[in-house]
Design a protein around this ligand. Structure first.
Ligand code: TMP
Ligand code: MG
Length: 218
């Protein structure tokens, strides 16, 4: 039995620095909601399986060089190509859990030291995409992130970049129009964080019909 037979699903985004535990938490969350009888789909960006996603994957693995604007727009295009199916699922009562979204998109590009992409410029291609009903920001200090294991080999996985990304994330979540952002202390244990996440998500799923139809990012 599902609880949302006549209502729409919720769009829940999980954001944060590398090693904040986003992917593990998204998996736990999706499983728990399914066990409770909700219909759930788990999506992650970048979605490396599409033709655009393959260009992004090559870039991240250092197999190709791309202009900063160009790769930025590919990340955004990768969300736009998924937008319709997300909208359809939500309309059909399926809640969609998204691992990284527009906030990562804007913040990582603007954090690049050698580029002159402003946060404001970087946000523009996101305007009009499905707007999350809830965004969970998994907050972790750069020191704790570093304690969790060495950096990977992909582009952006270095100290300087992660510090700038953290600062920009924090400046974004303080903007007044982003009232649907919920900051989660991701420095706690996996189990504790999972509990802290579940509560606001269930609350959000209960309230989506009061919000009305899925909104668009502005
Ligand atoms: P992943 O580790 O979650 O697969 O993400 C790969 C990298 O891509 C990560 O460093 C964050 C970065 N990224 C962007 O630069 N722009 C985006 O729009 C997204 C979704 C991720
Ligand atoms: Mg990564």
């Amino acid at each position: 039995p599902t609880c949302e037979e006549d209502g729409r699903g919720a769009l829940v985004v999980v954001e944060g620095l590398d090693r904040a535990g986003k992917s593990s938490q998204c998996e736990i969350l999706a499983r728990r909601l399914q066990e409770m009888g909700h219909q759930v789909r788990y999506v992650r960006f970048p979605d490396r399986s599409t033709p655009i996603g393959k260009l992004i994957d090559n870039y991240l693995r250092g197999q190709s060089q791309l202009d900063d604007h160009s790769i930025h727009l590919l990340f955004s295009a990768n969300r736009w190509e998924a937008a319709r199916s997300i909208q359809e699922d939500i309309a059909n009562g399926v809640s969609v859990i998204v691992d990284r979204y527009s906030y990562s998109g804007a913040v990582y590009s603007a954090a690049k030291g050698n580029s002159n992409l402003s946060l404001q410029w970087a946000w523009q291609p996101e305007v009009g995409l499905p707007r999350p009903d809830l965004c969970l920001f998994l907050s972790i200090s750069t020191e704790e992130a570093a304690r969790r294991g060495g950096f990977g080999v992909e582009r952006y996985e270095n100290d300087t970049m992660q510090k700038r990304v953290r600062e920009l994330f924090l400046s974004l979540i303080e903007l007044p129009h982003n009232d649907e952002i919920c900051v989660i202390d991701a420095g706690k244990s996996v189990g504790e964080v999972a509990g802290d996440i579940l509560e606001p998500v269930l609350e959000c799923m209960k309230n989506v019909d009061a919000i009305g139809p899925l909104r668009k990012l502005g």
